[in-house]
Design a protein around this ligand. Structure first.
Ligand SMILES: Nc1ncnc2c1ncn2[C@@H]1O[C@H](COP(=O)(O)OP(=O)(O)OP(=O)(O)O)[C@@H](O)[C@H]1O
Length: 217
C-alpha cells in the first residue's frame, strides 16, 4: 500500500464532542473516496492526514514509513491537501504557482514555468491568465490554479476536498483527465471527497465511510 491510516481518531466540534475513528488505505494508482453525510468529518479527516490539525490517536504510513518519523513540513510535500476553498495569496497566478518553490522544503524541485503553462492549457485556463491577479479569479479558475500548484509540488498522495465543486462540466472533465493521467505515473494515489459522485470515470476507486453515528464522547 502506498498510503495507510490506522485507527485515526479525532474529535469533532466545539459543542458536545463526537469522536471518530477511521482506518483505510490506498495503493499506487488508486483513489480512495471518503464518504459520509455533511458534517460527518470528511474534511477534518483529510486535514488530519495532511497534519494540518492534530488528532487524538492513530498512525499514518506513506510508503511504509510512519508519519512519526517525518517532520510535518516534509510530510506535507508528500501528502498534499487541496482545500475545498482554494488557498491562494495576493499576487498573480504565476506568483501563486511559483511560491512553493521558494521555501526550503519545496525547493527540492525547480519551478518549471513551461510545465505550469501546459497544465493551465490542459485545465482550460487562458495563457493570459498567467499574469492575472489571483483575487480576480472565479471560484472555478482559482480551484484549477490550486490544483496545478499541487501537481507542480509533485506529492505522492493528493487529498482532494471537493475539487470539482466550483467547476462546470467541461472543466470537471478536464480535471478528471489530468487527475487520471497523474494517477497512472508511478507512486501516486489520491483520497477524494466529492458530493456529486462525478468520479465514475476513474479506475481503481475504493471507498471508506465515516459513520456519523459513532459514539458521542
Ligand atoms: N474549526 C472548527 N471549529 C468548530 N467546529 C468545527 C471546526 N471544523 C469542523 N467543525 C465541525 O466538525 C464537523 C465536521 O466538519 P467537516 O468539515 O469535517 O465535515 P464534512 O464531512 O467535511 O462536511 P461537508 O460534507 O458538509 O463538507 C462539523 O459539525 C463542523 O461544524
Amino acid at each position: 500500500m502506498l498510503f495507510t491510516f490506522q485507527n485515526i481518531t479525532y474529535t469533532l466540534g466545539t459543542g458536545p464532542a463526537r469522536q471518530i475513528t477511521v482506518s483505510g488505505s490506498v495503493s499506487e494508482g488508486g483513489v480512495l473516496v471518503v464518504r459520509g453525510p455533511s458534517g460527518a468529518g470528511k474534511t477534518t479527516l483529510l486535514r488530519v492526514l495532511a497534519r494540518l490539525q492534530p488528532c487524538d490517536g492513530g498512525e499514518v504510513f506513506l510508503q511504509g514509513e510512519s508519519w512519526q518519523h517525518i517532520p510535518s513540513p516534509l510530510w506535507r510535500v508528500g501528502v498534499h491537501y487541496l482545500a475545498q476553498k482554494p488557498a491562494l495569496f495576493d499576487g498573480t497566478v504565476a506568483d501563486n504557482l511559483a511560491k512553493p518553490f521558494e521555501t526550503r522544503v519545496g525547493s527540492k524541485h525547480r519551478f518549471d514555468p513551461g510545465r505550469a503553462k501546459a497544465l493551465m492549457q490542459e485545465l482550460l485556463l487562458d495563457a493570459h491568465q498567467w499574469e492575472q491577479d489571483s483575487r480576480t479569479l472565479s471560484g472555478g479558475e482559482a480551484a484549477r490554479v490550486a490544483f496545478i500548484r499541487a501537481l507542480l509540488i509533485e506529492p505522492k498522495v493528493m487529498l482532494l476536498d471537493e475539487p470539482t465543486a466550483a467547476l462546470d462540466g467541461r472543466a470537471r472533465a478536464a480535471f478528471y483527465r489530468t487527475l487520471s493521467r497523474w494517477l497512472t505515473s508511478p507512486g501516486h494515489a489520491a483520497l477524494l471527497v466529492s458530493h456529486n459522485n462525478d468520479y465514475q470515470g476513474l479506475d481503481r476507486v475504493s471507498f471508506v465511510d465515516i459513520d456519523p453515528i459513532q459514539g458521542d464522547v
